[in-house]
Design a protein around this ligand. Structure first.
Ligand code: SF4
Ligand code: SF4
Length: 467
């Protein structure tokens, strides 16, 4: 009897079986033209990823994202939390560059340069194929892989994960601190040890278990592609006009394509090779990371059948649909213009960056005190922010009034690089100078690097001079 329940479509999600269990991906390798180029790019990038924390520019690491101390060093420049505008402009530059790159080249980052793809496809996957073999159905590992081989595989994975965890942490703590941690006993520095152990576990989890799920579930970039791509963006696409109607090769059909049958022989090679398990013949999908493996797989089939290559190829949606091809579109003007504006603003802000910020704040409590000798006292706070890396010393004085006195604990205020200090100061002024209960003065702050700033300060006092 036919079930009245709805039967789920097969593979609603590419990595999910009908019963809801995980469909494990064992993509068959298609080592064609793009794979060879991607492999060279991939290994060059791995060398770069490992080297970047060790490379010094102007005596600083090329990249150091020191979150604990809230310092971000990028290619010789250090940004502090006080550089809010610079950091905002930098983020805008990164986002606009991603928008522009995606509009032109599609998800080139995902398929060619993302560390997840690069390490998975050119380090972990080859190791898996080496230990597990590819003799099973569709290039999968055989049903039963020898226990020893599997154990060895995980030992190698673990060693690599430890190395990757160290590389990853070097971006956040710097190589010097990292090498100190390595040389010390875990009991001396339990927290760094647990951070390291946790990162290693995260690497193992990602590359042994989570894998393509990171791209499909966790990474937001794939979700944005529907708004970042347009019909003129370069994508990996199946030429359905040429390929359909698809059909298996039979003895009765000639090897060369005829009028009735399209060039796709429905061999499934493009699906078997896909690391995210999708069928590119269904059109562009969020799961497609543009790894080009299906292009290589299909080209090999076309070659074997003496048909033109490129049934699956880099193209645009308009080109595939036979519509007008044009690289020019509004976003290709808007993004570069915005990028130019943002980069110019970033450079101007960076060049004119002040070495310190100063803010005068009123202290809590009474607004003023009437002191002896017809004097009024205001309790204020001077907030000094050192915006450069080296320590600075500051001296404070009243710039424009001779009869106003400053009572400050330290005549010289020391502020270390990137830090902030709030110094209380008692300002005493003659009561006769107050008009309508207010008296405006100017404070001058001189830093040890020669920069001087003048800030306004409004003192409060009695509405009328004391009789
Ligand atoms: S569809 Fe092709 S390009 Fe996209 S992820 Fe799968 S194999 Fe890679
Ligand atoms: S590899 Fe090419 S011929 Fe084979 S199913 Fe995919 S598109 Fe069709």
């Amino acid at each position: 009897m036919e079930s009245s329940l709805l039967v789920p479509e097969e593979h609603v999600l590419s990595t999910l079986e009908r019963d809801g269990s995980r469909r494990w991906m064992y993509p068959r390798l298609a080592n064609g033209y793009f794979w060879h180029i991607r492999r060279i790019v991939g290994y060059a990038l791995i060398i770069l990823f490992v080297s970047l924390p060790h490379i010094k520019i102007a005596g600083k690491p090329a990249i150091l994202l020191d979150i604990a101390h809230r310092r971000f060093t990028l290619f010789g420049f250090t940004f502090l939390p006080t550089d809010t505008l610079l950091l905002a402009l930098l983020m805008m530059t990164i986002f606009l560059t991603i928008f522009l790159l995606t509009a032109i080249l599609g998800r080139v980052w995902c398929g060619w340069a993302c560390p997840q793809t690069v390490y998975m496809e050119f380090v972990f996957r080859p190791i898996e194929r080496f230990f597990d073999g590819t003799k099973g159905v569709g290039g999968r590992p055989p049903e039963r892989t020898a226990g020893m081989r599997r154990t060895l595989k995980y030992i190698v994975y673990f060693i690599l994960s430890v190395f990757l965890a160290h590389t990853f942490l070097a971006y956040f703590v710097g190589v010097e601190r990292l090498s100190r941690w390595i040389q010390q006993s875990p009991f001396e520095h339990p927290i760094p040890f647990f951070i390291m152990a946790g990162t290693t576990v995260a690497m193992m989890f990602d590359f042994c278990f989570f894998r393509e799920q990171l791209c499909l579930i966790a990474c937001p970039y794939g979700r944005f592609q529907s708004v970042l791509l347009d019909r003129q963006s370069l994508i990996v696409s199946y030429d359905y006009k040429r390929g359909e109607p698809r059909g298996h090769l039979t003895k009765s059909l000639p090897v060369l394509s005829n009028e009735k049958q399209g060039d796709c022989v429905d061999c499934g090679a493009c699906v078997r090779t896909c690391p995210t398990g999708i069928d590119i013949r269904k059109g562009l999908q969020m799961e497609c990371i543009h790894c080009t493996q299906c292009i290589d797989a299909c080209d090999a089939i076309m070659n074997r059948l003496h048909r033109p290559m490129g049934l699956i190829r880099y193209s645009t949606q308009n080109a595939i649909d036979g519509r007008r091809k044009s690289w020019l579109r509004p976003r290709l003007f808007v993004y570069p213009v915005l990028l130019t504006v943002v980069i110019s603003a970033f450079v101007i802000t960076l060049v004119n960056k002040k070495s310190f910020d100063v803010t005068v704040l009123r202290n809590f409590g009474m607004p003023f005190i009437l002191a002896a000798n017809d004097e009024v006292q205001n309790s204020m706070r001077i907030k000094l922010v050192n915006r450069i890396e080296k320590p600075l010393a500051f001296q404070l004085r009243v710039a424009d009034r001779k009869d106003v006195m400053l009572d400050i604990k330290d005549t010289q205020i020391e502020v270390s690089g990137g830090a902030m200090v709030t110094q209380p100061v008692l300002i005493t002024a003659p009561a006769k100078d107050f008009v309508d209960g207010e008296y405006d003065i100017k404070l001058s702050i001189q830093s040890s690097d020669g920069e001087e700033r003048t800030v306004s300060c409004r003192l409060l006092g009695p509405s009328r001079p004391n009789p």
